[in-house]
Design a protein around this ligand. Structure first.
Ligand code: AMP
Ligand code: MG
Length: 531
């Protein structure tokens, strides 16, 4: 059993490669000695059409499995792959950082094995130095690779747009960070790894021809909503529109679409309590995906100004700053697109969709967490009360108490289910469990009473809440425990976590301890950019 990579060159699609020279450098990954599997994501391998269930002699001697291990560590290439590292620039912590690029990631190409999925780019992260590594080693350590692998799949299961992770391979090759660690490679998958920084790169150089190319490429491959909105299917010139006017129209449409997708992504992050940690423009996906998992964190306690990145001393990327920073980043993208958009008012109008799109999505997601999945409350007096009083009151209460965010939502879901059963228990153990989360019980009771009053308009759907508010969340300490075991070559923690995070709404009674409060030592975990 294992990953079986396509051996026909025709299984690959190289649209990014076709962009040509200024966009990348062709190069092969640098091999790592004696690789081994750390984690294999069977679900994604199946989606890609890359899973083979029966090996010739079982997993140990399976030739395909071994080929996949070598290729996905970067030790070999298969026919049809065209490895490359792309160049981009960006703003880091609010300051222009100049040229960056895939410093430790190499794109193998896009697989077209599953036509239902559309081409999916396959990238090795940690596969050795590239011309964009600056003075770094091009490697990733086991610790951060496990975090990226698990987080990508957790986010996917929660319905948040994200790059995905197919597998991790490890090697005992030493890698120096603050201490001596070992190397790992994550195979990442996404329709495209384009970043805001790709546009910023060519804008900074005044290379308008490349900006045009990149615009056409992105517009026609990844933004079907733009094509249908403007009536142009392929981006080709028509008699009525000049080339410049068309580029203006496409660039404005692209900016608006990216703004919309980014606003929705921020709404998802805020609703689930995800902190990214390094929202530099080179880490912002043009497609509105969560990208480049580094010092991220899923909130334990609800602390609005929580800073998850130990390196971020100013709190620029604190949890409650994320939507504002995303909007700031979109202004950098707009500036990069100005040679094409030309008209500042059009750019501003495209950027202005951020706020309404963010608020609408955020409210929809938060109402769903509260049990109102249907839009029936939209526009009603009760809908307004939910958004403005009930939700705000709740967030104030959670922030005052620093209530555990995932446990609050899961226990709330169960309390609603309990209340709605035909014969609810008199002592309401689920409600008691929920109430136990709070020190100021009268304040919680007042909130609960207001919540219940609103049930007369439309009762919340408790069962749906259990499918919206996950039981299993990738808390820092869970990743940390799996990492410690993996450092001793016990990868079962990674496998178990992947399993519960891919089905986070199921009960998994055998993994109960993974759904508990964080231990006290979790507060002392320091995650920095070093990875
Ligand atoms: P990040 O903020 O972690 O996404 O990284 C910013 C830039 O530094 C990107 O261009 C990365 O490719 C590059 N980079 C980070 N770590 C390394 C490394 N160990 N080796 C080479 N390049 C790196
Ligand atoms: Mg990055």
């Amino acid at each position: 059993m294992g990953i079986q990579l396509p051996t026909s060159p025709l299984s690959w699609d190289h649209s990014f490669f076709q962009l040509g020279a200024p966009f990348f450098t062709e190069l092969k990954p640098t091999p790592l000695p004696s690789p081994y599997w750390v984690g294999v994501n069977q679900a994604l391998a199946k989606d890609l059409g890359w899973w083979q269930s029966e090996g010739a002699d079982g997993p140990q001697n399976d030739p395909f499995n071994d080929v996949a291990l070598q290729v996905l560590t970067g030790n070999a290439q298969l026919p049809g792959m065209q490895p490359l590292a792309s160049v981009y620039s960006g703003h880091q912590f609010g300051v222009w950082a100049g040229q960056l690029g895939d410093g430790r990631a190499i794109l193998l190409g896009a697989t077209a094995s599953n036509p239902n999925l559309g081409p999916q780019e396959v990238q090795l992260k940690g596969s050795g130095p590239t011309p964009y590594s600056r003075r770094a080693d091009g490697r990733a350590v086991l610790r951060s690779s496990i975090r990226e692998y698990l987080a990508s799949e957790a986010m996917h299961a929660l319905g948040v747009p994200t790059s995905r992770a197919l597998c991790i391979t490890g090697s005992d090759a030493p890698v120096w960070r603050e201490t001596l660690e070992t190397a790992a490679v994550v195979t990442r998958v996404a329709p495209s790894f384009l970043r805001f920084g790709h546009f910023e790169h060519f804008a900074a150089r005044g290379d308008v021809a490349s900006l045009h190319r990149l615009l056409r490429f992105a517009w026609s491959n990844y933004f079907p909503e733009c094509a249908s909105a403007s009536g142009h299917e392929t981006g080709q010139e028509t008699e009525a529109t000049t080339k410049t006017a068309l580029a203006t129209q496409q660039a404005t449409g692209l900016l608006q679409a990216v703004t919309q997708r980014t606003a929705r992504l921020m709404a998802h992050w805020q609703a689930i309590g995800f902190c990214h940690g390094v929202m530099n423009t080179d880490n912002m996906s043009l497609l509105g995906l969560t990208l480049d998992y580094g010092p991220f964190q899923f909130l334990d306690a609800f602390v609005p100004d929580h800073i998850c990145n130990h390196t971020d001393s100013q709190g620029r990327y604190a949890y409650d700053q994320q939507p504002r920073v995303a909007h700031w980043n979109l202004y950098r993208l707009a500036r990069a697109l100005m040679p094409l958009i030309q008209d500042p008012e059009s750019a501003q109008a495209a950027l202005d969709v951020f706020e309404p799109e963010f608020m609408a999505t955020y409210r929809r997601l938060m109402r769903a967490k509260l049990g109102w999945q249907q839009p029936q409350v939209e526009g009603t007096q009760e809908g307004l009360e939910i958004d403005q009083t009930l939700l705000q009151g709740l967030l104030d209460l959670l922030a005052t108490e620093g209530t555990d965010y995932p446990l609050f939502w899961r226990r709330l879901s169960w309390a609603v289910v309990e209340h709605q059963t035909a014969h609810p228990p008199v002592d309401s153990p689920r409600l008691t469990e929920l109430r136990d989360l709070f020190l100021d019980r009268p304040r919680f009771d007042a909130w609960w009473a207001q919540y219940q009053r609103l049930w007369s308009m439309a009762p919340p759907d408790g069962r749906a809440m259990l499918r919206t508010n996950p039981k299993f969340v990738l808390r820092n300490h869970l990743a940390e425990e799996a990492i410690q075991r993996a450092k001793n070559k016990d990868f079962s923690g990674v496998t178990e976590l992947l399993h519960v995070l891919q089905t986070p709404f199921d009960e998994h009674p055998e993994s109960e301890s993974l759904a508990d409060f964080p231990p006290e030592w979790a507060a002392s975990i320091e995650i920095s950019c070093s990875s």
